[in-house]
Design a protein around this ligand. Sequence first.
Ligand SMILES: Cc1ncc(COP(=O)(O)O)c(C=O)c1O
Length: 483
Amino acid sequence: MKIPLDRRSPQPVYLQIRQRIHRLIQSGTLQPGDRLPSIRSLAEAAQVNKLTVIEAYSVLEADGLIYARPGSGYFVSEPSVTSPIPPSRFAPSQEVIIPDQGEMSYFDIYMASVSALHQDGVTVFSSGFPHPHDTDILQRVARRAFKEMGALLFNYDLPQGQYPLRKQIAQLLVQKGLDASPDQLIVTNGSMQGLSLVMQEIVQPGDWVIVESPTFHGALAVLQQLGARVIGIPMTRDGMNLDLLAQYLHSHRPRLIYTISTLHNPTGITTDLAHRQQLLDLARRYDCRILEDNAYEGLNFDPVPPPIKALDQDDFVIYAGTFTKTLMPGLRVGYLVATGDDYGRLRERKMLHDLCVSTASQAIVSEYLATGYYRRHLAQLCTRNLQGRGVMLQALEQYFPAEASWTVPTGGLFLWVKLPDRLPMQLVCSEAASEGILVTPGSAFFPNLQGYPAMRLNFSFDAEVIEQGMAILGRIMKRHLAT
Ligand SMILES: Cc1ncc(COP(=O)(O)O)c(C=O)c1O
Protein backbone atom coordinates (compact mmCIF):
# COMPACT_ATOMS: atom_id res chain seq x y z
CA MET A 1 0.00 0.00 0.00
CA LYS A 2 1.37 3.41 -0.98
CA ILE A 3 0.87 6.23 1.51
CA PRO A 4 2.14 9.55 0.15
CA LEU A 5 3.19 11.70 3.10
CA ASP A 6 3.88 15.40 3.25
CA ARG A 7 6.40 15.73 6.04
CA ARG A 8 6.27 19.53 5.96
CA SER A 9 2.47 19.60 6.44
CA PRO A 10 1.18 20.86 9.83
CA GLN A 11 -1.10 17.79 9.83
CA PRO A 12 0.55 15.04 11.91
CA VAL A 13 1.76 12.00 9.95
CA TYR A 14 -0.60 9.56 11.68
CA LEU A 15 -3.57 11.70 10.59
CA GLN A 16 -2.29 11.74 7.01
CA ILE A 17 -2.18 7.93 7.10
CA ARG A 18 -5.69 7.86 8.54
CA GLN A 19 -6.94 10.18 5.81
CA ARG A 20 -5.36 8.10 3.04
CA ILE A 21 -6.82 4.83 4.32
CA HIS A 22 -10.19 6.51 4.88
CA ARG A 23 -10.16 7.59 1.20
CA LEU A 24 -9.21 4.09 0.05
CA ILE A 25 -12.19 2.72 1.98
CA GLN A 26 -14.55 5.43 0.72
CA SER A 27 -13.53 4.87 -2.90
CA GLY A 28 -14.03 1.10 -2.58
CA THR A 29 -10.35 0.32 -3.22
CA LEU A 30 -10.39 -1.28 0.21
CA GLN A 31 -13.50 -3.43 0.69
CA PRO A 32 -15.22 -4.60 3.90
CA GLY A 33 -13.32 -7.60 5.26
CA ASP A 34 -10.05 -6.67 3.49
CA ARG A 35 -6.99 -7.06 5.64
CA LEU A 36 -4.83 -3.97 6.17
CA PRO A 37 -1.04 -4.21 5.96
CA SER A 38 0.59 -5.27 9.23
CA ILE A 39 1.86 -2.47 11.43
CA ARG A 40 5.44 -3.41 10.70
CA SER A 41 5.06 -3.63 6.92
CA LEU A 42 3.20 -0.33 6.68
CA ALA A 43 5.76 1.36 8.92
CA GLU A 44 8.54 0.11 6.63
CA ALA A 45 6.71 1.04 3.43
CA ALA A 46 5.87 4.57 4.64
CA GLN A 47 9.20 4.96 6.45
CA VAL A 48 7.61 5.91 9.72
CA ASN A 49 7.83 4.66 13.27
CA LYS A 50 5.61 1.67 14.16
CA LEU A 51 3.96 3.82 16.86
CA THR A 52 2.77 6.22 14.16
CA VAL A 53 0.99 3.38 12.34
CA ILE A 54 -0.47 2.14 15.64
CA GLU A 55 -1.86 5.64 16.27
CA ALA A 56 -3.30 5.84 12.74
CA TYR A 57 -4.94 2.42 13.08
CA SER A 58 -6.39 3.23 16.47
CA VAL A 59 -7.96 6.44 15.12
CA LEU A 60 -9.46 4.51 12.20
CA GLU A 61 -10.74 1.97 14.72
CA ALA A 62 -12.29 4.75 16.78
CA ASP A 63 -13.88 6.07 13.54
CA GLY A 64 -15.46 2.59 13.15
CA LEU A 65 -13.77 2.14 9.76
CA ILE A 66 -11.52 -0.79 10.73
CA TYR A 67 -11.44 -3.36 13.50
CA ALA A 68 -8.76 -5.52 15.11
CA ARG A 69 -9.00 -9.31 15.16
CA PRO A 70 -6.64 -10.47 17.93
CA GLY A 71 -3.70 -12.38 16.46
CA SER A 72 -4.74 -11.72 12.82
CA GLY A 73 -4.37 -7.96 12.33
CA TYR A 74 -6.67 -5.15 11.22
CA PHE A 75 -9.61 -5.46 8.80
CA VAL A 76 -11.97 -3.05 7.05
CA SER A 77 -15.34 -2.88 8.87
CA GLU A 78 -18.72 -3.45 7.28
CA PRO A 79 -20.27 -0.05 6.52
CA SER A 80 -22.79 0.96 9.19
CA VAL A 81 -26.39 0.75 8.12
CA THR A 82 -27.46 4.31 7.49
CA SER A 83 -30.84 4.99 6.03
CA PRO A 84 -30.78 7.73 3.39
CA ILE A 85 -31.54 10.97 5.15
CA PRO A 86 -33.31 13.94 3.62
CA PRO A 87 -31.32 17.18 3.79
CA SER A 88 -32.24 19.43 6.70
CA ARG A 89 -34.57 22.37 5.99
CA PHE A 90 -33.58 24.00 9.29
CA ALA A 91 -33.10 27.75 8.62
CA PRO A 92 -34.09 29.79 11.68
CA SER A 93 -34.25 33.57 11.73
CA GLN A 94 -30.85 35.11 12.45
CA GLU A 95 -31.69 37.29 15.41
CA VAL A 96 -28.97 38.15 17.89
CA ILE A 97 -30.17 37.95 21.51
CA ILE A 98 -28.78 40.22 24.21
CA PRO A 99 -30.82 39.42 27.33
CA ASP A 100 -31.31 41.62 30.34
CA GLN A 101 -29.22 40.33 33.20
CA GLY A 102 -30.85 37.97 35.71
CA GLU A 103 -33.39 36.41 33.36
CA MET A 104 -32.36 32.79 33.87
CA SER A 105 -33.38 30.12 36.38
CA TYR A 106 -31.19 27.12 35.73
CA PHE A 107 -32.08 25.67 39.12
CA ASP A 108 -35.69 25.06 38.05
CA ILE A 109 -34.65 23.58 34.69
CA TYR A 110 -32.13 21.26 36.37
CA MET A 111 -34.59 20.16 39.09
CA ALA A 112 -37.27 19.42 36.48
CA SER A 113 -34.85 17.31 34.42
CA VAL A 114 -33.64 15.31 37.42
CA SER A 115 -37.12 14.66 38.78
CA ALA A 116 -38.25 13.54 35.29
CA LEU A 117 -35.63 10.79 35.45
CA HIS A 118 -37.25 9.37 38.58
CA GLN A 119 -40.73 9.02 37.08
CA ASP A 120 -41.81 5.60 35.85
CA GLY A 121 -43.86 5.00 32.73
CA VAL A 122 -43.06 8.28 31.00
CA THR A 123 -41.09 8.92 27.83
CA VAL A 124 -38.48 11.53 28.61
CA PHE A 125 -37.85 13.06 25.18
CA SER A 126 -36.40 16.03 27.06
CA SER A 127 -33.52 13.98 28.46
CA GLY A 128 -29.96 14.97 27.57
CA PHE A 129 -28.49 11.66 28.73
CA PRO A 130 -27.95 8.22 27.28
CA HIS A 131 -29.96 5.29 28.60
CA PRO A 132 -28.63 3.33 31.57
CA HIS A 133 -26.58 0.38 30.35
CA ASP A 134 -25.46 -3.01 31.54
CA THR A 135 -24.95 -2.67 35.30
CA ASP A 136 -23.24 -6.11 35.48
CA ILE A 137 -20.35 -4.74 33.46
CA LEU A 138 -20.23 -1.64 35.63
CA GLN A 139 -20.05 -3.75 38.78
CA ARG A 140 -17.30 -5.92 37.34
CA VAL A 141 -15.33 -2.89 36.20
CA ALA A 142 -15.79 -1.15 39.58
CA ARG A 143 -14.68 -4.23 41.55
CA ARG A 144 -11.55 -4.60 39.45
CA ALA A 145 -10.82 -0.87 39.64
CA PHE A 146 -11.02 -0.86 43.45
CA LYS A 147 -8.83 -3.95 43.72
CA GLU A 148 -6.15 -2.45 41.50
CA MET A 149 -6.14 0.82 43.41
CA GLY A 150 -5.73 -0.83 46.80
CA ALA A 151 -4.89 1.60 49.60
CA LEU A 152 -4.70 4.57 47.21
CA LEU A 153 -8.50 4.60 47.24
CA PHE A 154 -8.33 5.94 50.78
CA ASN A 155 -6.21 8.98 49.92
CA TYR A 156 -6.73 12.41 48.50
CA ASP A 157 -5.50 12.69 44.96
CA LEU A 158 -3.65 15.26 42.87
CA PRO A 159 -5.85 18.28 42.05
CA GLN A 160 -5.26 17.64 38.33
CA GLY A 161 -6.29 13.97 38.68
CA GLN A 162 -4.64 10.55 38.56
CA TYR A 163 -1.77 10.26 36.11
CA PRO A 164 -2.91 6.95 34.51
CA LEU A 165 -6.36 8.41 33.80
CA ARG A 166 -4.88 11.60 32.35
CA LYS A 167 -2.66 9.48 30.14
CA GLN A 168 -5.63 7.47 28.90
CA ILE A 169 -7.64 10.63 28.21
CA ALA A 170 -4.68 12.09 26.34
CA GLN A 171 -4.59 8.95 24.16
CA LEU A 172 -8.32 9.28 23.45
CA LEU A 173 -7.82 12.91 22.46
CA VAL A 174 -4.95 12.05 20.13
CA GLN A 175 -7.41 9.78 18.32
CA LYS A 176 -9.65 12.82 17.85
CA GLY A 177 -6.80 14.79 16.34
CA LEU A 178 -5.96 16.75 19.51
CA ASP A 179 -2.37 16.20 20.53
CA ALA A 180 -2.68 16.74 24.29
CA SER A 181 -0.26 15.49 26.93
CA PRO A 182 -1.24 14.26 30.43
CA ASP A 183 0.42 17.41 31.80
CA GLN A 184 -2.10 19.56 29.97
CA LEU A 185 -5.09 17.75 31.48
CA ILE A 186 -7.07 18.54 34.61
CA VAL A 187 -9.69 16.00 35.69
CA THR A 188 -12.82 17.84 36.86
CA ASN A 189 -16.12 17.01 38.55
CA GLY A 190 -17.98 16.64 35.28
CA SER A 191 -17.45 19.18 32.53
CA MET A 192 -19.82 21.50 34.38
CA GLN A 193 -17.07 22.17 36.89
CA GLY A 194 -14.60 22.63 34.04
CA LEU A 195 -16.84 25.24 32.38
CA SER A 196 -17.33 27.00 35.67
CA LEU A 197 -13.60 27.11 36.52
CA VAL A 198 -12.70 28.48 33.09
CA MET A 199 -15.43 31.10 33.11
CA GLN A 200 -14.42 32.22 36.61
CA GLU A 201 -10.82 32.48 35.43
CA ILE A 202 -11.54 34.53 32.34
CA VAL A 203 -14.75 36.49 32.89
CA GLN A 204 -15.15 39.54 35.16
CA PRO A 205 -18.54 41.04 36.08
CA GLY A 206 -19.77 43.21 33.21
CA ASP A 207 -17.64 41.46 30.55
CA TRP A 208 -19.31 40.57 27.27
CA VAL A 209 -19.39 36.85 26.45
CA ILE A 210 -20.49 35.30 23.15
CA VAL A 211 -22.57 32.14 23.18
CA GLU A 212 -24.41 30.24 20.48
CA SER A 213 -28.15 30.81 20.46
CA PRO A 214 -29.60 28.38 21.43
CA THR A 215 -27.01 26.84 23.76
CA PHE A 216 -26.48 24.70 26.87
CA HIS A 217 -28.41 26.40 29.70
CA GLY A 218 -25.91 25.28 32.38
CA ALA A 219 -23.25 27.47 30.79
CA LEU A 220 -25.67 30.39 30.60
CA ALA A 221 -26.38 29.99 34.31
CA VAL A 222 -22.70 30.18 35.25
CA LEU A 223 -22.25 33.29 33.12
CA GLN A 224 -25.25 34.87 34.75
CA GLN A 225 -23.88 34.18 38.22
CA LEU A 226 -20.57 35.77 37.23
CA GLY A 227 -22.38 38.93 36.15
CA ALA A 228 -21.35 38.49 32.49
CA ARG A 229 -23.32 40.21 29.73
CA VAL A 230 -24.27 37.60 27.16
CA ILE A 231 -24.57 37.94 23.38
CA GLY A 232 -26.42 35.04 21.76
CA ILE A 233 -25.24 34.62 18.17
CA PRO A 234 -27.77 32.55 16.21
CA MET A 235 -26.97 29.08 14.96
CA THR A 236 -27.27 28.36 11.26
CA ARG A 237 -27.34 24.84 9.79
CA ASP A 238 -23.53 24.98 9.76
CA GLY A 239 -22.86 26.36 13.23
CA MET A 240 -22.65 29.81 14.80
CA ASN A 241 -23.32 32.60 12.27
CA LEU A 242 -19.77 33.80 11.61
CA ASP A 243 -20.75 37.07 9.93
CA LEU A 244 -22.70 38.12 12.99
CA LEU A 245 -19.92 36.86 15.21
CA ALA A 246 -17.40 39.09 13.41
CA GLN A 247 -19.75 42.06 13.74
CA TYR A 248 -20.23 41.62 17.50
CA LEU A 249 -16.56 40.88 18.14
CA HIS A 250 -15.85 44.22 16.54
CA SER A 251 -18.60 46.22 18.26
CA HIS A 252 -18.57 44.70 21.77
CA ARG A 253 -15.00 43.33 22.24
CA PRO A 254 -16.12 40.32 24.29
CA ARG A 255 -13.73 38.42 26.59
CA LEU A 256 -14.85 34.90 25.73
CA ILE A 257 -16.62 32.79 23.12
CA TYR A 258 -18.30 29.69 24.53
CA THR A 259 -18.85 27.16 21.74
CA ILE A 260 -19.96 23.53 21.41
CA SER A 261 -18.31 22.59 18.14
CA THR A 262 -19.29 18.92 17.91
CA LEU A 263 -22.87 17.66 18.33
CA HIS A 264 -23.95 20.99 19.72
CA ASN A 265 -26.46 21.09 22.57
CA PRO A 266 -29.34 21.51 21.75
CA THR A 267 -29.19 21.48 17.92
CA GLY A 268 -26.87 18.49 17.38
CA ILE A 269 -24.93 20.43 14.72
CA THR A 270 -21.24 19.64 14.12
CA THR A 271 -19.16 22.35 12.48
CA ASP A 272 -16.70 21.56 9.71
CA LEU A 273 -12.98 22.27 9.71
CA ALA A 274 -13.30 25.53 7.77
CA HIS A 275 -15.85 26.88 10.27
CA ARG A 276 -13.58 25.92 13.18
CA GLN A 277 -10.57 27.60 11.59
CA GLN A 278 -12.54 30.77 10.79
CA LEU A 279 -13.94 30.98 14.30
CA LEU A 280 -10.45 30.68 15.75
CA ASP A 281 -9.04 33.27 13.33
CA LEU A 282 -11.78 35.72 14.23
CA ALA A 283 -11.29 35.20 17.96
CA ARG A 284 -7.53 35.78 17.62
CA ARG A 285 -8.05 38.90 15.58
CA TYR A 286 -10.17 40.39 18.36
CA ASP A 287 -8.14 38.91 21.22
CA CYS A 288 -11.11 36.96 22.54
CA ARG A 289 -10.55 33.61 24.30
CA ILE A 290 -12.46 30.45 23.33
CA LEU A 291 -13.95 27.83 25.62
CA GLU A 292 -14.68 24.75 23.51
CA ASP A 293 -17.14 22.36 25.13
CA ASN A 294 -17.12 18.91 23.56
CA ALA A 295 -19.47 17.11 25.94
CA TYR A 296 -20.95 14.86 23.22
CA GLU A 297 -17.78 13.90 21.40
CA GLY A 298 -17.45 10.14 21.00
CA LEU A 299 -21.13 9.83 20.08
CA ASN A 300 -20.54 10.78 16.44
CA PHE A 301 -21.73 8.41 13.67
CA ASP A 302 -19.23 9.80 11.15
CA PRO A 303 -15.65 11.00 11.63
CA VAL A 304 -15.53 14.59 12.90
CA PRO A 305 -12.84 17.20 12.22
CA PRO A 306 -10.21 17.82 14.91
CA PRO A 307 -11.42 20.14 17.70
CA ILE A 308 -10.71 23.90 17.53
CA LYS A 309 -8.16 23.32 20.29
CA ALA A 310 -6.15 21.19 17.83
CA LEU A 311 -5.79 24.23 15.55
CA ASP A 312 -4.74 26.51 18.38
CA GLN A 313 -1.06 27.46 18.32
CA ASP A 314 -1.19 30.29 20.88
CA ASP A 315 -2.96 28.87 23.96
CA PHE A 316 -6.12 30.72 22.98
CA VAL A 317 -8.53 27.86 23.43
CA ILE A 318 -9.44 25.84 26.51
CA TYR A 319 -11.16 22.53 25.85
CA ALA A 320 -13.67 20.76 28.12
CA GLY A 321 -14.73 17.11 27.84
CA THR A 322 -16.67 14.61 29.95
CA PHE A 323 -17.63 10.96 30.38
CA THR A 324 -21.19 11.93 31.35
CA LYS A 325 -22.72 11.45 27.93
CA THR A 326 -20.78 8.35 27.01
CA LEU A 327 -20.59 6.49 30.35
CA MET A 328 -22.51 7.84 33.34
CA PRO A 329 -23.47 11.30 34.58
CA GLY A 330 -23.27 10.16 38.22
CA LEU A 331 -19.56 9.36 38.07
CA ARG A 332 -18.91 13.09 37.64
CA VAL A 333 -15.70 12.72 35.67
CA GLY A 334 -14.87 15.39 33.13
CA TYR A 335 -11.66 17.11 32.09
CA LEU A 336 -10.07 20.27 30.79
CA VAL A 337 -7.23 20.62 28.31
CA ALA A 338 -5.39 23.84 29.15
CA THR A 339 -2.03 24.94 27.81
CA GLY A 340 0.45 27.71 28.60
CA ASP A 341 -0.22 29.84 31.68
CA ASP A 342 -3.83 28.67 31.92
CA TYR A 343 -2.80 25.28 33.20
CA GLY A 344 -1.30 26.26 36.56
CA ARG A 345 -4.01 28.81 37.26
CA LEU A 346 -6.85 26.40 36.54
CA ARG A 347 -5.22 23.58 38.49
CA GLU A 348 -4.95 25.81 41.54
CA ARG A 349 -8.53 27.03 41.14
CA LYS A 350 -9.67 23.41 40.89
CA MET A 351 -7.80 22.55 44.10
CA LEU A 352 -9.37 25.45 45.97
CA HIS A 353 -12.80 24.25 44.87
CA ASP A 354 -12.77 20.65 46.03
CA LEU A 355 -9.14 19.39 46.26
CA CYS A 356 -9.67 16.58 43.75
CA VAL A 357 -12.23 14.45 41.92
CA SER A 358 -13.44 11.30 43.71
CA THR A 359 -10.65 8.71 43.50
CA ALA A 360 -13.25 5.94 43.19
CA SER A 361 -14.88 7.57 40.13
CA GLN A 362 -11.53 8.22 38.49
CA ALA A 363 -10.52 4.58 39.06
CA ILE A 364 -13.75 3.30 37.47
CA VAL A 365 -13.36 5.44 34.35
CA SER A 366 -9.71 4.46 34.10
CA GLU A 367 -10.56 0.76 34.28
CA TYR A 368 -13.25 1.19 31.63
CA LEU A 369 -10.72 2.77 29.31
CA ALA A 370 -8.10 0.13 30.05
CA THR A 371 -10.31 -2.88 29.34
CA GLY A 372 -11.70 -1.93 25.95
CA TYR A 373 -15.30 -2.02 27.30
CA TYR A 374 -15.48 1.67 26.61
CA ARG A 375 -14.91 1.33 22.90
CA ARG A 376 -17.42 -1.52 22.61
CA HIS A 377 -19.90 0.43 24.69
CA LEU A 378 -19.54 3.49 22.43
CA ALA A 379 -20.07 1.37 19.33
CA GLN A 380 -23.28 -0.07 20.84
CA LEU A 381 -24.51 3.37 21.88
CA CYS A 382 -23.90 4.79 18.41
CA THR A 383 -25.64 1.90 16.66
CA ARG A 384 -28.66 2.33 18.91
CA ASN A 385 -28.69 6.12 18.50
CA LEU A 386 -28.34 5.86 14.73
CA GLN A 387 -31.40 3.61 14.56
CA GLY A 388 -33.28 5.95 16.89
CA ARG A 389 -32.41 8.97 14.75
CA GLY A 390 -33.74 7.20 11.64
CA VAL A 391 -37.04 6.38 13.35
CA MET A 392 -37.39 9.90 14.72
CA LEU A 393 -36.72 11.53 11.34
CA GLN A 394 -39.44 9.42 9.76
CA ALA A 395 -41.84 10.19 12.61
CA LEU A 396 -41.16 13.91 12.21
CA GLU A 397 -42.14 13.73 8.54
CA GLN A 398 -45.20 11.69 9.37
CA TYR A 399 -46.63 13.34 12.49
CA PHE A 400 -45.28 16.87 12.89
CA PRO A 401 -46.84 20.01 11.36
CA ALA A 402 -45.70 20.67 7.79
CA GLU A 403 -44.12 24.03 8.78
CA ALA A 404 -41.77 22.33 11.27
CA SER A 405 -38.09 22.02 10.31
CA TRP A 406 -35.33 20.18 12.10
CA THR A 407 -31.63 19.47 12.25
CA VAL A 408 -30.20 16.13 11.16
CA PRO A 409 -27.33 15.50 13.60
CA THR A 410 -24.58 13.09 12.63
CA GLY A 411 -24.47 11.62 16.11
CA GLY A 412 -25.33 12.41 19.70
CA LEU A 413 -28.62 11.86 21.44
CA PHE A 414 -31.03 14.47 20.18
CA LEU A 415 -32.19 16.69 17.38
CA TRP A 416 -33.72 20.14 17.41
CA VAL A 417 -37.08 21.01 15.90
CA LYS A 418 -38.13 24.52 14.97
CA LEU A 419 -41.91 24.88 15.22
CA PRO A 420 -44.51 27.32 13.88
CA ASP A 421 -44.50 30.70 15.63
CA ARG A 422 -48.11 30.54 16.73
CA LEU A 423 -47.80 27.32 18.76
CA PRO A 424 -48.39 27.82 22.52
CA MET A 425 -45.37 25.81 23.61
CA GLN A 426 -46.03 25.74 27.37
CA LEU A 427 -49.50 24.38 26.71
CA VAL A 428 -48.24 21.79 24.21
CA CYS A 429 -45.64 20.59 26.74
CA SER A 430 -48.07 20.36 29.64
CA GLU A 431 -50.66 18.49 27.56
CA ALA A 432 -47.93 16.12 26.35
CA ALA A 433 -46.84 15.56 29.98
CA SER A 434 -50.40 14.59 30.92
CA GLU A 435 -50.14 11.87 28.24
CA GLY A 436 -46.77 10.63 29.58
CA ILE A 437 -44.47 12.44 27.13
CA LEU A 438 -41.96 14.85 28.65
CA VAL A 439 -40.53 17.60 26.48
CA THR A 440 -38.95 20.88 27.51
CA PRO A 441 -39.86 23.97 25.51
CA GLY A 442 -36.87 25.09 23.48
CA SER A 443 -36.96 28.48 25.22
CA ALA A 444 -34.87 26.94 28.05
CA PHE A 445 -31.86 27.02 25.69
CA PHE A 446 -32.07 30.65 24.60
CA PRO A 447 -30.21 33.38 26.50
CA ASN A 448 -33.45 35.30 27.16
CA LEU A 449 -35.56 32.16 27.80
CA GLN A 450 -37.58 33.00 24.71
CA GLY A 451 -36.30 32.54 21.16
CA TYR A 452 -38.40 30.85 18.48
CA PRO A 453 -40.75 27.94 19.40
CA ALA A 454 -38.70 24.75 19.40
CA MET A 455 -38.09 21.39 21.06
CA ARG A 456 -35.02 19.28 21.69
CA LEU A 457 -35.98 15.63 21.23
CA ASN A 458 -33.90 12.70 22.50
CA PHE A 459 -33.85 9.87 19.95
CA SER A 460 -31.99 7.25 22.00
CA PHE A 461 -35.19 5.23 22.62
CA ASP A 462 -36.62 2.05 21.13
CA ALA A 463 -38.49 2.46 17.85
CA GLU A 464 -41.99 1.84 19.29
CA VAL A 465 -41.44 4.36 22.08
CA ILE A 466 -40.35 7.03 19.59
CA GLU A 467 -43.19 6.19 17.24
CA GLN A 468 -45.87 6.40 19.97
CA GLY A 469 -44.47 9.52 21.59
CA MET A 470 -44.09 11.41 18.33
CA ALA A 471 -47.63 10.51 17.26
CA ILE A 472 -48.96 12.01 20.51
CA LEU A 473 -46.85 15.16 20.18
CA GLY A 474 -47.87 15.62 16.55
CA ARG A 475 -51.56 15.20 17.39
CA ILE A 476 -51.40 17.80 20.19
CA MET A 477 -49.58 20.35 18.03
CA LYS A 478 -51.85 19.91 15.03
CA ARG A 479 -54.89 20.39 17.26
CA HIS A 480 -53.52 23.72 18.53
CA LEU A 481 -52.65 24.86 15.03
CA ALA A 482 -56.15 24.06 13.80
CA THR A 483 -57.87 26.20 16.45
C1 LIG B 1 -22.97 20.88 26.30
C2 LIG B 1 -22.86 20.38 27.71
N1 LIG B 1 -21.78 20.68 28.43
C3 LIG B 1 -21.65 20.26 29.68
C4 LIG B 1 -22.63 19.52 30.30
C5 LIG B 1 -22.43 19.09 31.73
O1 LIG B 1 -22.05 17.75 31.78
P1 LIG B 1 -21.31 17.10 33.01
O2 LIG B 1 -22.23 16.05 33.54
O3 LIG B 1 -20.05 16.53 32.45
O4 LIG B 1 -21.02 18.13 34.03
C6 LIG B 1 -23.78 19.17 29.60
C7 LIG B 1 -24.86 18.41 30.23
O5 LIG B 1 -25.96 18.28 29.77
C8 LIG B 1 -23.90 19.62 28.26
O6 LIG B 1 -24.97 19.33 27.51
